[in-house]
Design a protein. Structure first.
Length: 156
């Protein structure tokens, strides 16, 4: 604050300098714009990890539930509807020594569909649930957008 020197006595003259305030707001605006651009760009590309599994020719233990991209459900290569899934799984689990359900899904399957099917498998009496993964190409890697259709491996 500055004292105003004038003819009629000493009044207080309050002058707010808004230049520093404007500078701070512009810097904050730039920071938010940069962080938003980085956040949106990094969230746009989601590559699901691929597990490295030993290549084996033996069939995995348990009951294999396959869910394809066209919403077809198969239990041990036998097509079933979603309404028939629980009774079919219950019957197969009762006759099996391994109470394991191996989910083998297409990479285009929506996560909510997979969770719903795994929940139905658990309610049918599955003691453990495994998710089959596709084998990696030679040299490892992964993170590609394609989604392999290699042989499933037994997971746990």
């Amino acid at each position: 604050m500055a004292m105003m020197k004038g003819k009629k006595g000493g009044g207080v003259f309050a002058d707010i300098n808004i230049t520093p305030l404007t500078d701070i707001f512009l810097v904050l605006l730039i920071i938010f714009m940069v962080t938003t651009a980085v956040t949106i760009e990094s969230a746009a590309h989601v590559d699901l990890p691929k597990a490295e599994a030993p290549t084996t020719d033996n069939k995995p233990k348990g009951i294999i539930v396959t869910y394809t991209a066209d919403h077809t459900i198969m239990v041990n290569d036998k097509g079933v509807t979603e309404a028939e899934l629980v009774p079919t799984l219950h019957g197969v689990l009762q006759s099996s020594t391994d109470k394991i359900v191996v989910f083998q899904g297409d990479p285009k399957v929506i996560l909510g569909d997979m969770v719903r099917i795994l929940d139905l498998a658990k309610s049918a009496g599955a003691e453990a649930i495994a998710i089959a993964v596709s084998s990696l190409p030679p040299g490892g890697g992964g993170g590609g957008g394609g989604g392999g259709t290699g042989a499933p491996s037994g997971g746990s």
